[in-house]
Ligand binder design. Sequence first.
Ligand code: URA
Length: 211
Amino acid sequence: MTSQVTLIDHPLLLHKLTLMRRQETSTAKFRALLKEVSLLMAYEVTRDLPLKYETIETPLATMNAPVLAPDKKLVIVSIMRAGQGILDGMLELMPSARVGHVGLYRDPYTLIPVEYYFKVPQDVEDRDMLVVDPMLATGNSAVAAVYRLKETNPRSIKFVCLLAAPEGIEHFQQEHPDVPIYTAAIDDKLDEHGYIIPGLGDAGDRLFGTK
Ligand code: URA
């Protein structure tokens, strides 16, 4: 079994992603674009949310109208810190979703993730989980975060990123064949520092204006 990779290649999304990749794009613009792109991705990632029907009155008639099934509750988990950008966009579309955070930093020498923060809602067992991080590079952070999150027993997990490297996808699929991946693009490769090529640089630095 290999986890499914869904390419969310909507033209609007790809156009915005190109703007984000440009090195001259400012922090403010990058932040705004990441929010917009995340909204578009949320639309695709939640396509399979089940509906139920309830009777409502419009100004003109009674109808049986679709609403989201009330037991279909979501938790969005941001892999800090760049995941925050996707989280903000998704929360605009799904303001009632609960939120979790996993803090991992990448040791610059070994590239191995080290956990420094972990907090998810108590009722996570009743929720479907979207784990968000813009970059699936080596896959080390995503793999570690999902192992840790599986310990909390969510109903299901999906992993959502903006850009993925083939190496990261392969690594993630080996470790978590049961977790589907959603991404807007699959780039060429990783460089020797674990950055995605051509990529967009360091997503956290570009989002927060650090360097
Ligand atoms: N993390 C980033 O922010 N950018 C990359 O290219 C790889 C990992």
